[in-house]
Design a protein around this ligand. Structure first.
Ligand SMILES: Nc1ncnc2c1ncn2[C@@H]1O[C@H](COP(=O)(O)OP(=O)(O)OP(=O)(O)O)[C@@H](O)[C@H]1O
Ligand SMILES: [Mg+2]
Length: 325
């Protein structure tokens, strides 16, 4: 039978498939969270989100002091599907598909540059979707002598900067009005700021936080949806839920009465939708708050007028994770 088998080349067209990578459903906040998540996995202790929204060519960058990448590792990182989802990863590495860096970036920008300094060698790799549209080739450009305001003054031995330019998805269509464009991007950034403070709050807490996250030089404070440090918060006994791939810890938390919290802490723990809507299940994986009540529209609203109950699976939940597009 096999001698009758024929083959044909079905290599994807770069120019169409790469445009498809833009539409996985990322918002600015989830895109930034994916990039910061990569920085945390790369052992970064400081991450700077820098944005120039007022210039003629606005840009956003995420710069970290993590382990950096050699040129070889950087070229691999730029490849869509750079890692096999079946590959075993370290427990605290939430990466899986080898796609996030590219799809999260392309969702916001037509130009992605990643600069990395590793063992005193530096190189910058760039995907420019306009170039791919012209060449229809899976080809990135490499620059040894790369300069950009985002990396000025970053003197550490290892630095990685993810730089987004050509922000066509963020400019609100205001190509000709710099002021309106800046206002639109700044509003999205301010929403993203809240999201990042919540998702990574466990890394940002304490006197010696594991992560210092800055936005244009301003240190961001964590938002803990459970107000764990407030002595009036009530914690139920933790419980373990056995799933096919391991145990998931579950704990129910009741927030203090609003009189026992500052106005700012009360508003922030309630989130933009307020406390009634924000009670429910919060899912943490490797200390990242991956899912909040606010993004679970399928959960029924179980209002509790006496206290605001939130439930959190604790520790690692190594259950099957699916790519949700
Ligand atoms: N800030 C960084 N510092 C060092 N290496 C990085 C950094 N960001 C990304 N990388 C490398 O690039 C690779 C590709 O990143 P990408 O986000 O595309 O995929 P992933 O994190 O492996 O999986 P996922 O698609 O689930 O996010 C990572 O596996 C990592 O090796
Ligand atoms: Mg990733």
């Amino acid at each position: 039978m096999s001698q009758f088998l024929r083959h044909a080349d079905a290599t994807p067209f770069a120019s169409s498939l790469i445009e498809g990578l833009r539409d996985f459903g990322y918002s600015l906040e989830t895109s930034l969270a994916d990039i910061v998540d990569n920085s945390i996995t790369a052992r970064a202790q400081r991450v700077d989100i820098l944005a120039n929204t007022t210039g003629e060519h606005p840009w956003i960058a995420v710069v970290d002091d993590g382990i950096g990448m050699s040129e070889h590792a950087l070229v691999d990182a730029m490849r869509p599907g750079s890692r096999n989802p079946k590959e075993e990863r370290l427990e605290d590495d939430l990466g899986r598909f080898g796609l996030g860096l590219k799809s999260a970036s392309f969702a916001q920008a037509r130009m992605l540059s990643v600069y990395s300094r590793f063992e005193n060698e530096s190189v910058c790799a760039t995907w420019d979707l306009d170039e791919v549209a012209k060449s229809n080739a899976w080809r990135i450009s490499l620059q040894d002598a790369f300069t950009h305001p985002a990396i000025e003054g970053m003197n550490g031995a290892s630095v990685t900067a993810v730089i987004w330019r050509k922000l066509d998805r963020l400019d609100g269509g205001y190509q000709n009005s710099a002021a309106d464009r800046a206002r639109t991007i700044n509003a999205a950034l301010s929403q993203a700021e809240q999201h990042l403070r919540l998702v990574f709050h466990r890394f940002m807490e304490g006197k010696r936080p594991r992560l210092k996250l800055f936005l244009n030089g301003r240190l961001l404070a964590p938002i803990d949806p459970f107000s764990e440090s407030n002595p009036a918060t009530q914690f139920d006994q933790p419980d373990d839920l056995p799933l096919s791939k391991g145990l998931v810890g579950i704990r129910c938390v009741t927030l203090p009465h609003h009189k026992k919290m500052s106005k700012i802490a009360w508003d922030e723990t309630g989130g933009p939708d307020g406390h009634l809507k924000s009670q429910g299940l919060y899912i943490y994986r490797a200390d990242r708050c991956c899912q909040t009540k606010a993004n679970q529209s399928h959960f029924s609203r179980d209002l509790n007028p006496l206290g605001y109950a939130k439930t959190t699976p604790l520790g690692k939940s190594s259950g099957a994770v699916q790519l949700e597009i």
